[in-house]
Design a protein around this ligand. Structure first.
Ligand code: ATP
Ligand code: MG
Length: 501
């Protein structure tokens, strides 16, 4: 623990430190990368702290840029991998001038940063003891000296997340630190090792006391930490800690509505616990899929009718999809993430019973979801099953569906896959460009999905010719009618099968 092998420090990092030193400045490796080195983890990024002012750093490194208002200069270096992990390629080292942060009156960012001259002052503004350790290279790259005024190494050895200084004051200054504590916990905790990491008692009670302050923090910063919890090795423990610490209420209060909401015949767990377990067992590492696993039953508390083992949750998939869109929108997730998670929640109940479900209905499902998203949808379903204490992750039914997907995947499921396109309609039938072309193609697609043998040029053209006599509205209704009618049938199947789902 006390020893850091200099060979673990990448050459480009050493050379940035060398340049600072040759110019008569101090330079230390600091922050998360030191913590990760001590833990034998792959550092996410490499940070250096220095007494040189940003303008000096800029002049010492021609290929550098001023990153923010807080004294950080990004120095571009030849790309390197710390421990040879090909997924973690670094090409920028962040060099930040020693600074302190004066008060955070908006609880978002410091009102102003003041540059200071000593390393201990800089370390004292950092959030947790394990993040306030600095490394200095001594001699000509021969040994490493560790500066650890807050005994971060002792806390690392005890697996303790502890604030630098008084926790109430530190969380009061910047409420995001409360989430960072939970995020570190979720990232450091190992799901298979009990008695692992914990947040120091005083810090945890300070979080409970100040949890409401999180509402002042910008949603983007909250979102980034939340995503890291979801993507961590222990996402469900992270979310549960958010809840017990009082922070979840500001992030996804809708999850708390599932506490104490019993389910029915088919599910022994309460809704909240089931959502959490689904996240824990989610087989995918993708953010979207994990979020969908967590949120897939978010609509259940609102749709519950009746009590006990006969209660029902009709429509919770669609209600849940609307709630998901609102939750993720509030957290300022990008539109593409919101769309995919919403789609996964909306479709998570897809009906599939071997022998009972037709190829056409598999094509309809693929059309709704997109072939490229079918794997994610299956992963949500697997998470759902494992999260319900159902023993087999991938029952015969799901494997059979995979086979069916494979089988129909060459069939037309999108307008692009039709044997004719808009130009054919204009050239061969003399139709005018405009929205009507799209509407005709939609009707053709809905018919082809039911019967792929119709996907043949002449058949489609003659059908298009007769459709072209209809007005735009009629065409849209026609396309919708087929889809709605079938969708209703699919939904009815879901209802019947789950009876009380
Ligand atoms: P990782 O790189 O794995 O996300 P990290 O600890 O390096 O973890 P960064 O966001 O890169 O996190 O921050 C770098 C360092 O800056 C931290 O180790 C910590 O010393 C300090 N720091 C970051 N955010 C805060 C904060 N909100 N309050 C105080 N110090 C902070
Ligand atoms: Mg970092």
């Amino acid at each position: 623990m006390d020893h850091i092998n200099i060979s673990a420090i990448p050459k480009p990092v050493l050379s940035v430190l060398g340049v600072l030193k040759n110019a008569g400045h101090q330079g230390h490796i600091v922050g998360g990368c030191v913590r990760d080195l001590l833990l034998g983890r792959e550092p996410k990024d490499w940070d250096i702290t220095t007494d040189a002012r940003p303008e000096t750093v800029l002049s010492l490194f021609p290929d550098s840029f001023y990153e923010n208002d807080f004294g950080t200069v990004g120095v571009k270096v030849d790309p390197f991998h710390t421990f040879g992990d090909p997924d973690r390629r670094h090409d920028v080292i962040e060099v930040t001038t020693y600074r302190t942060e004066s008060s955070y009156s908006d609880r978002r960012r410091p009102d102003k940063v003041a540059f200071v001259t000593s390393l201990p002052e800089d370390l004292s503004r950092r959030d947790f003891t394990m993040n306030a350790i600095a490394l200095e290279i001594i001699g000509s790259d021969t040994s490493v000296d560790i500066v650890d005024p807050f005994h971060g190494r002792v806390d690392i050895a005890n697996k303790l997340i502890r604030t630098v200084g008084n926790p109430e004051q530190r969380f009061g200054e910047d409420a995001l630190r409360m989430m960072r504590a939970v995020r570190l916990y979720a990232e450091l905790r190992h799901p298979n090792i009990s008695g692992g990491w914990s947040i120091d008692m005083a810090a945890l009670s300070a979080i409970r006391k100040h949890a409401a302050l999180l509402s002042h923090v910008s949603r983007e910063r909250v979102r980034d930490e939340f995503s890291r919890i979801i993507l961590s090795g222990s996402p469900a423990d992270g979310v549960e800690l958010l809840r017990t610490a009082g922070l979840l209420h500001d992030i996804v209060p809708e999850l708390e509505e599932g506490i104490g909401v019993g389910q029915n015949l088919h599910h022994t767990l309460e809704v909240y616990e089931h959502n959490l377990r689904s996240l824990r067992h989610c087989p995918s590492r993708k953010l979207e899929v994990r979020l969908a696993a967590l949120l897939h039953d978010i609509g259940k508390p609102k749709t519950k009718r009746g009590d006990g083992y006969r209660s029902t949750f009709y429509n919770h998939d669609h209600v849940g999809a609307r709630m998901t869109r609102a939750i993720l929108g509030r957290l300022r997730y990008p539109a593409a993430v919101i769309d995919s998670v919403t789609m996964l929640v909306d479709n998570h109940l897809f009906y599939y019973n071997v022998g009972e479900v037709t190829e056409a209905s598999v094509r309809r499902l693929i059309r709704r979801v997109g072939l490229e998203n079918m794997k994610d949808l299956m992963d949500v379903r697997i998470a759902d099953r494992l999260g319900s204490n159902v023993p087999k992750a991938k029952p015969y039914k799901l494997r059979h569906l995979e086979y069916m997907i494979e089988k129909v995947s060459k069939d037309p499921v999108s307008v692009k896959m039709l044997a004719i396109n808009g130009s054919d309609l204009m050239n061969d039938l003399g139709l005018d460009p405009g929205p009507k072309l799209g509407a005709i193609l939609d009707v053709l697609l809905s018919e082809v999905i039911e019967d792929p043998s119709r996907n043949e040029r002449e058949t489609l053209l003659s059908r298009a010719e007769s459709l072209s006599k209809d007005g735009l509205e009629t065409l849209r209704d026609k396309a919708k009618e087929v889809i709605d009618e079938k969708r209703e049938k699919d939904d009815r199947n879901i209802k019947n099968r789950h009876k009380v789902t």
